[in-house]
Design a protein around this ligand. Structure first.
Ligand code: IPM
Ligand code: MN
Length: 302
């Protein structure tokens, strides 16, 4: 147990949100594989509860998650609920409230790790519908981009790997220039890390044809969402892809919770309850959680 105890020398206290569809099945298997002892609290947020009671996730549940060391998450999504309600109301709310600004997605089979910015871009929630016009504002701040890019350089440096910044600076000239400027400046602090820039469309092509040209990819929220599914398709598939939503800097972390760990896949309602769901991604997410808890425990000792 000692290896995963937290800074207070106690068992790690985690929260578990199984969610919808295959979420509960895969999370159950993942919990059974956790090494050592964990205390956990279950958060019942789901489509089922939303349909019965109208609650997505309560402030008390957010507080319970904030007071745990980490959150293991299954999946949200249900055809009976309009698009975005569960996604924005549960998953994106948690990413925002816990300020989980990095979405780390390793694909060991192809040797590529994505560092996806996880709080801004077109996911900002800024915009709206006015009659025949719909705006979804792509918000990028120097502070928001810098903390993500800095983490990407640290990760690349620690693993001795090259970094590629992916954006679309030939069209998204304002956001693209901001990302390139910030990466240029932060890169100055990491002279050992070799880095280059590529456009997102070219990256999609090269991922399909020459994935070995990438080691660590840092990119914005929406490009990271799409390109990481492509990367999952090149390797063992979505059933095996795990991710960590992190606030890696303990000095600015707003709550006790260091991250939300989840499969990259969704709720797959078509196979829920059939026994066909592959728990590999959820098990991988639980392993990433244990690794991060250990890292943070070790860091707090040094
Ligand atoms: C992911 C998912 C989410 C996202 C959805 C469910 C909101 O696709 O984690 O990749 O778009 O970030
Ligand atoms: Mn996705």
């Amino acid at each position: 147990m000692g290896e995963t105890s937290n800074e207070r020398g106690m068992k790690p206290h985690i929260s578990v949100l199984p969610g919808d569809g295959i979420g509960p099945e895969v999370v159950k298997v993942a919990l059974g594989e956790l090494p050592g002892e964990f205390d956990y609290v279950v958060i019942e947020a789901s489509a089922e509860r939303y349909l019965a009671e109208g609650t997505l996730i309560s402030d008390e549940e957010i507080a319970a998650v904030s007071d745990s060391d980490a959150l293991l998450f299954g999946a949200v999504g249900d055809h009976r609920v309009p698009d975005g309600v569960l996604e924005r109301g549960i998953l994106l709310r948690l990413r925002k409230e816990l300020d989980l600004y990095v979405n780390l997605r390793p694909f060991p089979e192809i040797g590529i790790t994505f560092v996806r910015e996880n709080s801004e871009g077109p996911y900002s929630g800024v915009g709206g519908r006015e009659g025949e016009i719909a705006n979804e504002v792509n918000v990028n701040t120097v502070a928001g981009v810098e903390r993500c890019v800095r983490y990407a350089f640290e990760h690349a440096q620690e693993h001795g790997r090259r970094l590629t910044l992916v954006h679309k600076s030939n069209v998204l000239v304002h956001a693209g220039a901001l990302w390139r400027e910030v990466t240029e400046r932060v890169g100055g602090d990491f002279p050992d890390v070799e880095w280059n820039y590529e456009h997102a469309d070219a990256c999609a092509y090269h991922l399909a044809r020459h994935p070995s040209r990438y080691e660590v990819i840092v990119t914005d929220n929406l490009f990271g969402d799409i390109l990481s599914d492509l990367a999952a398709g090149l390797g063992e598939g979505l059933g095996a892809a795990a991710s960590a939503n992190l606030h890696p800097d303990p000095t600015t972390r707003p709550t006790r919770c260091l991250g939300l760990f989840e499969p990259v896949h969704g709720s797959a309602p078509d196979i829920a309850g059939t026994g066909l769901a592959d728990p590999t991604a959820a098990i991988g997410a639980a392993r990433m959680m244990v690794d991060e808890l250990q890292r943070s425990w070790l860091a707090s000792k040094s």
